[in-house]
Structures are given as structure tokens and as C-alpha cells.
Design a binder for this molecule. Sequence first.
Ligand SMILES: *[C@@H]1O[C@H](CO)[C@@H](O)[C@H](O)[C@H]1NC(C)=O
Ligand SMILES: *[C@@H]1O[C@H](CO)[C@@H](O)[C@H](O)[C@H]1NC(C)=O
Ligand SMILES: *[C@@H]1O[C@H](CO)[C@@H](O)[C@H](O)[C@H]1NC(C)=O
Ligand SMILES: *[C@@H]1O[C@H](CO)[C@@H](O)[C@H](O)[C@H]1NC(C)=O
Length: 193
Amino acid sequence: MANQKLSPSFLVLFLLLLFSTAISAANSDFFSKSLSPSSLKLKQQKLTHLHFYFHDILSGQNPTAVRIAQAPITNTSTTSFGAVAMIDDLLTFSPDINSTLVGRAQGLYALSSQEEASLMMAMTFSFLEGKYNGSALSVLGRNPPFNTVREMPIVGGSGLFRFAQGYAEARTNTFNLTTGDACVEYNVYVLHY
Ligand SMILES: *[C@@H]1O[C@H](CO)[C@@H](O)[C@H](O)[C@H]1NC(C)=O
Ligand SMILES: *[C@@H]1O[C@H](CO)[C@@H](O)[C@H](O)[C@H]1NC(C)=O
Ligand SMILES: *[C@@H]1O[C@H](CO)[C@@H](O)[C@H](O)[C@H]1NC(C)=O
Ligand SMILES: *[C@@H]1O[C@H](CO)[C@@H](O)[C@H](O)[C@H]1NC(C)=O
């Protein structure tokens, strides 16, 4: 078998394949090229743990979470299905909202389940303290707030968190059933360079 001559049709196919690979390489060279990770100073990947408290304030004169949209059925849905809120929530060092501000959670959450209270979170944690001042993490995930622990993926980051990936664990610290105000403890584990 190994010594058998290649059939002409196989040769043609092979040449065509080579030719199309060359063309696609030339095309991609037009707007992209491969780089070595060291050219972006990417060295050893590291793991960072961040710990802070998230304050979601719906009540009072200065709410940090405001409803921006809802569906016609949201009012009659037991899970507020279809409601969307914009947030600019404080992230602080301790559960005290007046403790050191370490960052802000900015973005959206949407009531996305018809079966239970569950949020689809799409937000950035932009940090304001210490070495991560000016850097941010992007969170995208499912958050059923009455579960003891909710896990949400960290899907990326900027600044010192470029190429970040990881997960966040959220645990409710306090929740006021009357106002809807909540303080949530976050533990974030993130791999980055
Ligand atoms: C839902 O209820 C709120 C008050 O609770 C009211 O302002 C709003 O108009 C209602 N929306 C719909 C679509 O019925
Ligand atoms: C935080 O500070 C504000 C204004 O300085 C004050 O009104 C509020 O009661 C404080 N909150 C807590 C929980 O101490
Ligand atoms: C964070 O960075 C901003 C902009 O560089 C700066 O104005 C601010 O003072 C820094 N905050 C802290 C707590 O260092
Ligand atoms: C919930 O908020 C209301 C209004 O601010 C307040 O009167 C009540 O004490 C709070 N409940 C809890 C458990 O903190």
C-alpha cells in the first residue's frame, strides 16, 4: 500500500488544497498576523482573589438601580419576568455602604425566568482602589438571588485584567423585602497576566 502511486485525481485535490490554503493565508495576512505573547509582555498567568460588597439600592432619593424597561406581562408575572434595570452600584470593602469604595458595578440586570426569581446579569466591575484602580472585569451570567451561592462567569477584563477569565461567587448579606435594597458579598477568582 505504501508504495502505491498516487492517483492523478488525488494529486489534483492535493494541489487545490495547497493553493486554497495559500490564498486564505494571504487573505488573513492582509489584516492579521500572529504575535508571540511576549510582544504584549504576557508572562506568567496569575490567579487573583477579590472580595467586596455590592450595594443594590432601589429606594430613597438616590437609587443606584433603576428599572428602565418591562414587558406588558411583567406586572402580573410572579417572577417579574421581563423587567430590566440599569445599575451603578457601589462596591465597598465591608458590608457598611460607607466603608472604602473599591469600585462600581455598572450595567444591566434582567428578570429572565418564568419559573423562579432569576436575573441575567451583564455588568462591569470597574475598580477604583489600589493597583487595580482603572482596571475592570466583565461579568455575564445567571443570578437566582434567593439561592445561597450564585456563580457567574468572568468573561473578560481590561487594564491589568486584560485576557481575564474566572468566576464570581455571590452571597446575599442583607436583603430588605420592603424596599428591595440588597447588600451582596462577592468573591471573585480571576486568572490574568
Ligand atoms: C405596572 O405597574 C406599575 C405600578 O406598579 C405601573 O406604573 C405601570 O404602568 C404598570 N405597567 C403595566 C404595563 O401595566
Ligand atoms: C452613610 O453615610 C450617609 C451620608 O454620609 C448617611 O446618610 C448614611 O446613614 C450612612 N449609612 C450607614 C449605613 O452608615
Ligand atoms: C484612581 O485613579 C484615578 C485616575 O487616575 C485617580 O484620580 C484617583 O485618585 C485614584 N484613586 C485612588 C484611590 O488612588
Ligand atoms: C427595610 O427598609 C425599611 C424602609 O427603609 C425600614 O423601615 C426597615 O427597617 C428595613 N428592614 C430591615 C430588615 O432592615
